[in-house]
Design a protein around this ligand. Structure first.
Ligand code: KE4
Length: 432
């Protein structure tokens, strides 16, 4: 195996640490969970990403989800170029926003009206405010190991980077903000039922990842989704599916169309923006008509519905709609899941692989992983060794046991074969 050198990356990262906290603009990419330095990337195409030292990797992060079509998708690049030539931001309504809104409303069962914003965090923060405004209630239920962006009231036992940093409540989140948030175990119907009994009439909304990506890939039990829908309906609370990661990922209509459970509101991000800064939240018209200026719930944004971001999102959704990659992804990803499991089995390692469509996780835990309590027992040291062994063989996995990996429509047989072969080599070496 040729030795990979990363001098240029080290140089740039050293400088970055003098300029930006931890040298990064988001902790998830800081490699905190796997040790070592993050690698400075410079370009990406199809299933590949290339670092500043010229090393190429099969990319399973895909910008943490948006790149389902693969990097530098021609139609997306051309749409962005064309839009840019007309100007980059107007701060005025455009027909392009109508087009993206139509695609979202047509695709997502729960959405009758939608508001475009600039990130998944903005989408979830806004959806909670609207749910509180619509119900006149304060309390929010979320689930341990679920991450919904850096919303103050939800940074309580968040998953993703916060979970990795083992910081249940981020400094700076006040008691006042977190006192209205109830944190329950995912997939626990009894605890959910008990919470509704205890706080009857006070719960504004329940927000969850309908397939969790932020404690690794954790799959909802059917009875959990049914209980969520029944209890929120019975108690007049708003059910919010945070589909920032699962939207257009696990199915074109998201997890709600895959499982046939329709929430009252949905938040979107990542794929809906085609890799540019764009999020969205939507739901039943009677709820969304509470949003200013139709209603009184305030929410605003200078760059909301930005013409370049909407161009990238529209080009992405139009491709997913006209040539859905989901059957192909199902075949590619089941082969990858089986291959990773076979490699861990051959090395005699306790493990399980959990997958929904083209998002999956190899857990170093005997499984099943149904909640944060299970996920917290994973062998994260083993994951760190696995991560770097794969990295040095040109396979770029998510840099935490508590992140899902993503496969794009551009990942072909060669990439999957190389990944599985590398996993066999790396895990055999670790246990030798
Ligand atoms: P953004 O604000 O990062 O666009 O979206 C927040 C968010 C909301 N909901 C879910 C289910 C999410 O997964 C996310 C963001 N996901 C992380 C990765 N697990 C983004 C990576 C990062 O923070 O750098």
């Amino acid at each position: 195996m040729a030795t990979i050198t990363r001098e240029r990356s080290h140089e740039i990262f050293t400088r970055a640490c003098q300029l930006m906290p931890g040298g990064v603009n988001s902790p998830a990419r800081a490699f905190g969970a796997v040790g070592g330095e993050p690698i400075i990337m410079q370009s990406a195409s199809g299933p590949y990403i290339t670092d500043v030292d010229g090393n190429q990797y099969v990319d399973y992060i895909g910008s943490w989800g948006p790149m389902i079509l693969g990097h530098s998708n021609l139609a997306v690049v051309e749409a962005v170029q064309k839009a840019t030539e007309k100007g980059t931001s107007f701060g005025a309504p455009t027909a392009a926003e109508n087009r993206l809104a139509e695609l979202v409303i047509e695709a997502v069962p729960s959405i009758e009206k939608v508001r475009l914003v600039n990130s998944g965090t903005e989408a979830t923060m806004s959806a909670i405010r609207v749910a509180r405004g619509y119900t006149g209630r304060d309390l929010v239920i979320k689930f341990a190991g679920n991450y919904h962006g850096h919303v103050d009231s939800l940074l309580v036992s968040a998953g993703s980077a916060a979970a990795t940093l083992a910081v249940p409540n981020s400094p700076g989140v006040t008691e006042g903000t977190s006192k209205d948030t109830i944190v329950l175990p995912y997939n626990d119907v009894d605890k959910l039922t008990a919470a509704f009994a205890e706080y009857a009439g006070k719960i504004a909304c329940v927000i969850l990842e309908p397939v969790v990506g932020n404690m690794g890939c954790v799959i909802p039990h059917k009875q959990f989704l049914t209980a969520l829908r029944d209890l929120t309906t019975e108690h007049g609370s708003v059910l919010i599916f945070d589909e920032v990661m699962t939207g257009f990922r696990v199915a074109y209509g998201g997890a709600q169309s895959l499982y046939g459970v329709t929430p009252d509101m949905t938040t979107l991000g990542k794929i809906v923006g085609g890799g540019l800064p764009l999020g969205a939240y939507g739901g039943r018209a009677e709820i969304m008509d509470q949003v200013l200026p139709a209603g009184k719930v305030f929410q605003a944004g200078t760059l909301s519905g930005n013409p370049i971001a909407t161009a990238a999102g529209t080009a992405t959704l139009e491709q997913l709609k006209s040539d859905p990659p989901y059957d192909r992804l199902e075949k590619t990803c089941s082969r990858l899941a089986e291959g990773l499991s076979a490699a861990a089995k051959a090395a005699g390692l306790e493990h399980c692989v959990q997958r929904v469509g083209s998002m999956m996780t190899l857990f170093f835990h005997p499984g099943p992983v149904n909640s944060w309590d299970d996920a917290a027992k994973c062998d994260t040291t083993m994951f760190g060794k696995f991560f770097w062994g794969m990295m040095d063989r040109g396979i770029y996995l998510p840099c935490s046991q508590y992140e899902a990996l993503f496969v794009s429509a551009q990942h072909g047989d060669d990439e999957i074969t190389k990944t599985i072969a590398s996993a066999h080599e790396v895990l055999a070496q670790i246990v030798a």
